[in-house]
Write a protein that binds this ligand. Structure first.
Ligand SMILES: [Cu+2]
Length: 142
């Protein structure tokens, strides 16, 4: 009798604990999603693909050279809201100029920008070597 009671008691206690564990999991912040954008230069066609990417705050965008490097990732500081500059800059390692990532030369090489802390908005991304070829895209942070 005592054993049965103990088992029932353990089961009764375990159920709410499992529910609490599930609840904690659901409320934990979602892990950053990594969105991939490929960079091409074929003939006179230089492009980010996809050119328009919508992400959530805190996500990352991984820019990958497919061909025709060097490419890079450049947010023209004149077009980035002042309130967003510091956070965007913090998410861009190895800048060669303000808000300009390093050259990504080889096929398969990549550069990842973290949008952690970057306010919602529309961010135009350019490639310095191919601005004359209108290589640009838009990252929209929701
Ligand atoms: Cu380019």
């Amino acid at each position: 009798m005592k054993k049965i009671l103990t088992a029932a008691l353990v089961a009764a206690l375990a159920a709410p604990v499992a529910v609490l564990a599930l609840r904690a999991q659901a409320e934990a912040p979602a892990a950053a999603t990594v969105h991939e954008v490929k960079m091409y230069m074929e003939g006179a066609n230089a492009r980010f693909e996809p050119a328009n990417v919508t992400i959530r705050r805190g996500d990352q965008v991984k820019f990958i050279t497919v061909n025709g490097g060097p490419h890079n990732v450049w947010f023209d500081p004149a077009r980035v809201p002042d309130a967003a500059e510091a956070a965007l800059s913090a998410g861009m390692p190895n800048q060669m100029a303000p808000l300009a990532g390093p050259f990504v030369n080889e096929a398969g090489a990549s550069y990842t920008v973290s949008f952690a802390g970057v306010p919602a908005g529309r961010y135009e991304v350019l490639c310095m070597p191919h601005t004359g070829l209108n290589m640009k895209g838009v990252i929209t942070v929701q």
